[in-house]
Design a protein around this ligand. Structure first.
Ligand SMILES: [Zn+2]
Ligand SMILES: [Zn+2]
Length: 214
């Protein structure tokens, strides 16, 4: 497949109105204004921009893009709100590596770019917002105006996400041969020649207690 969206050269700093508008929107969704909101917004603008897309994505371009966030909490909300990508639509994934990073992939060209937050941006924030009352406030202000190169490292990457977890994949539902539950999203496991659900395979995130009478 080909794409009209060629990697673009990004200005070192995105327009302030764009950043502030998206930060206001994501802070409303997230519940507070924090440095993570600004970092997530800047990541989304940069990542999508490097793929040749505007931020936020609009229809139908949004169907071409997959986002991955590598940490929960503040950053994930900001990337979702700013980019327009959604967990519920399969266009945004949380792969929790505990890293302040996000990847944006162009499904039509196969290109993907990973944006990693630079740790030394924290101290540099004070240079950009010396008037701020504390480090957190300085970060929130400074991350709006700091150049991309001081906030992030970026690299082209190749996504190693299984086909059944890519947007648009519709794997067949499979019945667990142990408990009978229907397994979606290609998450069935094979064990001793049987197809079973992740819970029966002992790969759940919980230990089962007593059943309730409803
Ligand atoms: Zn937050
Ligand atoms: Zn089962």
């Amino acid at each position: 497949m080909t794409s009209d969206h060629r990697p673009a050269t990004m200005p070192p700093i995105p327009p302030r109105e764009q950043v502030e508008g998206l930060v206001a929107a994501s802070s409303r969704v997230h519940g507070h204004l924090c440095p993570g909101q600004v970092i997530g917004v800047r990541m989304a603008i940069l990542g999508l921009g490097l793929l040749g897309y505007a931020c936020p994505l609009t229809y139908p371009e949004i169907k071409n893009v997959l986002g991955v966030v590598e940490v929960e909490r503040c950053l994930a909300d900001a990337v979702a709100t700013a980019s327009g990508l959604r967990f519920g639509r399969g266009s945004l994934k949380l792969i929790n590596l505990g890293l302040l990073a996000a990847t944006f992939g162009d499904l039509s060209s196969g290109r993907a770019v990973r944006i990693l937050s630079r740790e030394d941006a924290r101290e540099r924030a004070l240079d950009y917002a010396p008037q701020a009352g504390d480090l957190r406030a300085a970060q929130t202000d400074a991350y709006v105006i700091m150049p991309n190169a001081e906030l992030f490292d970026a690299a082209w990457v190749e996504l190693n996400i299984p086909a059944h977890e890519m947007p648009g994949a519709r794997p067949d539902k499979v019945a667990c041969q142990q408990c009978g539950v229907l397994v979606r999203s290609g998450q069935a496991r094979r064990k001793n020649g049987r197809t079973i659900c992740p819970v029966c395979a002992g790969q759940a995130y919980f230990s089962l207690g007593q059943n309730l009478e409803l």
